[in-house]
Design a binder for this molecule. Structure first.
Ligand code: SF4
Length: 382
């Protein structure tokens, strides 16, 4: 049974560091959301046959799903409910950003069964929020957290970032301590990335002096390590490289991706993978909608690929080894018909002396002391 992801590609305004596909509503024509929902409804009708027994979890992400108006949000929720059956007790998450969360939107989400909220806080420091072009303030984040709890959500995740320009350890610690004071069930911590093509990248490219403001690699590593230790003390499990949860609150939807389960990703830019075939939708909203209304697939020209056995196995290793639990040996053998110890014998041998990989029961996992350099090791499985 696949999981279901719905992409809502709209934000109030673009953040300066953002390389994700989303459109700024301040510059968009008024009918764009209507156009999006019209296309999405056709795609849902087309894709529901891929989930005949229902979907295991729902994640409505973006973009900023809560940037939709009440009526549009309600229409989106009603469409999902009409086209897809969610298994009883399924995790149902919506992402949102401070400044876009009203009580009425949160009540709509609750009424349609959303039971998990993921909030893009990033930092509780207004100066840092402004430095990377976030549209909201720290106070709006505090108010949003209060409203999410008031409407009855007992499963909240917060996204936090470290490595902002001119951020020091004390500011990072203050943000994490404030986040902990709200007792979130889940936290995702990411280092700020300078992605090519973003306004932030351009600013730093033309003004080298600005680069000195960025925390260097050592400070970023210290920020990461301090947070990992603090969260451990506070009872959180570091169940994936960047993700921490109270026991039982690991994000089931994302665990599905990391464990190599099938998923459907609907909406402009949505990515799906079913039975080892992966495809990506066109990003541009109007092209996406017009193709669907004309009975065509909304998939990018070179967007569909049948994954080879080798690619699927490599992906299982790379994603699975980011998890604390690691990769399940029996599932690997059942899914691919081979023992991973045989197929990756040379990689395992290469790192044997340094104890990079640990075998525990029916799992292989990455030794936590190498998690900060995981990418350079995991690339060997490609
Ligand atoms: S809110 Fe998220 S998706 Fe939207 S522009 Fe900012 S980083 Fe990108």
């Amino acid at each position: 049974m696949p999981s279901l992801y719905i992409h809502v590609p709209f934000c109030v305004r673009k953040c300066d560091y953002c390389a994700f596909y989303s459109q700024a509503l301040v510059n968009s024509p008024k009918d764009l959301i209507y156009t999006y929902l019209e296309g999405l409804e056709v795609e849902m009708a087309k894709r529901r046959k891929d989930a005949p027994r229902g979907v295991s979890s729902l994640f409505i992400g973006g973009g900023t799903p809560t940037a939709l108006k009440d009526t549009d949000l309600e229409r989106l929720m009603e469409m999902i409910q009409r086209h897809f059956h969610l298994t009883p007790g399924a995790e149902q998450t919506v992402e949102g950003n401070p400044g876009t969360l009203t009580l009425s939107k949160l009540n709509i989400l609750r009424r349609y069964g959303i039971n998990r909220f993921s909030l893009g806080v990033q930092t509780f420091d207004d100066k840092l929020l402004r430095a990377v072009g976030r549209v909201h303030t720290a106070q709006e984040a505090r108010e949003a957290i209060g409203r999410i709890r008031t409407t009855g959500f007992d499963n909240i995740s917060m996204d936090l970032m470290f490595g902002f320009p001119a951020q020091d350890m004390a500011t990072w610690q203050a943000t994490l301590e404030e986040a902990l004071s709200y007792s979130p069930e889940h936290l995702s911590l990411y280092g700020l990335m300078l992605e090519e093509g973003t306004p932030l990248y351009e600013r730093y490219r033309v003004d080298n002096a600005l680069l000195d403001q960025l925390p260097d690699d050592d400070l970023q590593a210290d920020m990461h390590d301090w947070a990992a230790e603090r969260l451990k003390q506070a009872g959180y499990i570091n169940y994936e490289t960047s993700n921490y949860a109270r026991p039982g609150y690991e994000c089931r939807h994302n665990l599905g991706y990391w464990r190599g389960e099938d998923y459907l990703g609907l909406g402009p830019g949505g990515v799906s993978c079913l039975n080892r075939v992966r495809w990506k939708n066109i990003e541009e909203v109007r092209t996406y909608q017009s193709r669907l209304l004309n009975g065509q697939d909304p998939v990018e020209a070179a967007g569909q690929e049948a994954l080879s056995l080798h690619e699927c196995m490599a992906e299982r290793m790379i994603l699975g080894l980011r998890l604390e639990e690691g990769v399940n040996l029996t599932s690997f053998r059942n899914d691919f018909g081979v023992d991973l110890r045989n197929i990756y014998e040379d990689v395992l041998e290469r790192y044997k002396d340094k104890d990079v990989f640990i075998f525990q029961g029916d799992y292989i996992c990455l030794n936590p002391k190498y998690s900060f350099v995981a990418n350079s090791i995991l690339v060997d499985f490609v």
